[in-house]
Design a protein around this ligand. Sequence first.
Ligand code: FAD
Ligand code: SF4
Length: 506
Amino acid sequence: MSHMSFQPRGAEVTADADYIVIGSGAGGAAAAVTLARAGAGVLIVEAGPWRDPEDYASSTYGALRDMMDDWGSTITMGRALWPVVQARLVGGTTVINSAICVRTPADIFEEWQQGHGVGAPAYAERIWAWQDMLESELCVAETGPEAMGRSNQLALKGDAAAGYDGHVIKRYAKGCVGSGQCLQGCRSMKKQSTNLNYVPETLMRGGSILSCAPVDKILFDGSKAIGVTGRFLHPQTRAKGAPFSARAKLGVIVAASATWSPVILRQSGLTHKAVGAGFRSHPGTGVFGVYDEPVDMNTGVTQGWASTRFRKDPGLKLETLSIPMEMAISRLAGGGRALMERIAGYRHIAMWVHALRARSVGRVDVGWTGRPVVRFGLDEADMRRFREGMWRVAQLHFAAGAREVIPGIVGLPYSLGPKEVDAIATGPLDPRNYVAILSHLFGGCTMGADPSRSVCDGDGRVHGRDRLWVADASLMPDNIGVNPQHTIMAMAMEVATGALRGGPCP
Ligand SMILES: Cc1cc2nc3c(=O)[nH]c(=O)nc-3n(C[C@H](O)[C@H](O)[C@H](O)COP(=O)(O)OP(=O)(O)OC[C@H]3O[C@@H](n4cnc5c(N)ncnc54)[C@H](O)[C@@H]3O)c2cc1C
Ligand code: SF4
């Protein structure tokens, strides 16, 4: 097993491999293990550090410090400044996500075919075949009743009364014990994040990894990608370390996420206007329900219930999402005694959320510091649907027996009773009145049949370049309305299989 972490300033570190994979998250790890299983020599180059589960922080502060991309400070540059949440460590965002596993719906491929000329039926069949394999290898299962916790049980009860056709979520978790810590990393090693399976397997099969090694540029010989360069970066002090350069005999696969992959391509000289374009997302937000009996949402699985009934119309996914007290406090308004009383009620609140399949489209540019600048906002039609999502979540709380809801919308009362809930449905349409985050990101290096409107072809190969592929969320030509990890991993395996077929240039 070969792992090199941060190297202090000094001589350049060099490496070589058949394939270099940039990033080790959902897409990167899936691509790397596919290449390694075929016998190829793989070097993963990952910007963040390697963290073992026993070293995961247990607080939100620690997770922001140790796991997130620049302390989670990326925000949308639009009318509202909403956080764009992504991890930066070996395993990428799979380390801090909720491990929800949803197969790609058939209508998504039909839309991709109609709108972008990619995703033919044979492609869809191959993606589902990869998903069969992933489900078996990553132990996908419904959370058992013993790990559900009260918040998820209340959602099931509300669902039965409201008729939202919900279900117990399937997740990449083996024997989840319901510690409610998914967003800080699973210290009990139940969640199947890629740092626990596909990255180590790649190394066991002869591959290597450079961690704390953000790639600055891809190197080319003419149109042929032949390697990468960068400089080690200390994960705590942010001190710059030694330069590194790595050579790829057979190709480079970019899987640094929907925000970073376009930046790397652009910094490497790909100036086409499609690079960074087509950025999409599922902005999400939550509504607290306040219950007479204790809910204790910090016990039980982080996300255990979901409804996809509104996925197509109006484009919403509803879910439970338990958050730790310090995150909940940031959503409780007020100060002094009033705030203390609200915090004292933490045991009685449940947080449920919606994610909107937004139609608004943004773009990712390179900022003056070399970091991604995410230009994205919701138009009025999206805001109407976003607002409806909050109303539906609030209705579900009341169906489950909540005494009141705390919507967290500027301009509305702090809490609303069952008879006042329609105030949400007619609430403000200015995104600045809402607290939301972007955690499902898509596009920026989109695939498409038309090279003038897309970055990659239907196999993830970058148009006009040789031996260069993209294999992460940035490849997706549209958002999909369901949790994306399963689709990203399957697409990355498909891209890597195509890269293996591609072989050396003549
Ligand atoms: C809080 C949260 C919860 C979520 N829950 C779910 C869920 O339950 N189910 C689901 O399906 N999806 C979920 N998601 C979304 C899902 O995790 C992401 O869509 C998915 O991980 C994206 O995969 P990716 O490979 O594109 O990027 P990532 O998984 O983010 O991996 C990108 C990797 O590239 C590295 N990198 C970045 N820049 C460079 C560089 N310059 N050089 C080298 N490496 C670099 C990063 O450090 C990172 O490791 C969640 C997301 C968040 C934020
Ligand atoms: S709920 Fe706890 S045990 Fe279950 S996967 Fe999440 S962190 Fe791990």
